[in-house]
Write a protein that binds this ligand. Structure first.
Ligand code: F6R
Length: 245
């Protein structure tokens, strides 16, 4: 596992963006696996900047997002579709028809998950998957559990995840309690994976992810079994890794 310690969030974001940019230059029709949340925002800003400067062309790219809240449509300002449009898709020349997010408005979970799995199978291997890390070690919305779930499924969000995400909503009560997420198998089948983690609130999860036993109790720990993972983090997030390693 490659670990880059950045000076600050901007540095970490730029490094992560460099990986995406390099992959896109080598393979313009690549499949990007994308995440939402605070962690990748700076990376998306860099990608938008480089696109505006004429350095990056998204016209042939396809994207698949990790997850979506069940019950939220793309026009809800806290849906992950809205987030992606707002932070990236509206500002680059990606074909929106080739950007994919699970359908949060499909109430039938089996249908929603089967549709997303079929879509993932059709799109083919993700070339580079971007991940943030939950404070509880989740990746996508694969919450700590007794087993790893391979494919897209409907999850009940942990109370800690609801509280962590309440900062984006008027109150914690408004945070949806369920979400559709790609499974661990979907994430692990990407050719390359980058993880962005900053701030001391990620230190324990990052330590467990990188140095702990591989266990579904810390979903991120499964990344130890992937041969092409790069972690972009700041000193605060890496503090326990450096202390205990
Ligand atoms: C988002 C996602 C989540 C977040 C994680 C960290 O699509 O799948 O796993 O990456 O909750 O969130 P932030 O970056 O907001 O700390």
């Amino acid at each position: 596992m490659y670990i880059y310690e950045g000076k600050n969030y901007e540095d970490v974001s730029e490094r992560a963006a460099m990986v995406i940019a390099a992959e896109m230059m080598l393979k313009p029709d690549l499949v990007l696996g994308l995440a939402t949340g605070s962690s990748p925002v700076g990376m998306y800003k860099k990608l938008v900047q480089w696109h505006r400067e004429g350095k990056l062309d998204f016209s042939q790219a396809t994207s698949v997002n990790l997850d979506e809240y069940k019950g939220l449509g793309g026009d809800h300002d806290q849906s992950y579709r809205y987030f992606m449009n707002d932070n990236l898709f509206n500002h680059v020349n990606i074909d929106k028809e080739k950007t994919h997010v699970p359908n949060g408005l499909e109430p039938d979970a089996d249908k929603a998950c089967a549709a997303y799995n079929a879509l993932l199978d059709g799109v083919g291997k993700v070339d580079v998957q971007v991940l943030g890390l939950g404070g509880n070690g989740h990746i996508g919305f694969n919450e700590p559990d007794e087993r790893f779930t391979t494919r897209t499924h409907c999850v009940r969000l942990e109370e800690s995840t609801i509280q962590a995400n309440a900062r984006f909503f008027a109150s914690a009560e408004e945070v949806p309690t369920q979400a559709y997420t790609m499974g661990i198998g979907d994430i692990m089948s990407a050719r390359k994976i980058i993880v962005i983690a900053t701030g001391e609130q990620k230190a324990k999860a990052l330590y467990d992810t990188i140095c702990g036993p591989v266990t579904p109790r810390v979903p991120g720990s499964v990344l130890q079994l992937h041969s092409q993972v790069a972690v972009f983090a700041d000193a605060a997030a890496l503090s326990l890794v450096k202390e205990k390693r």
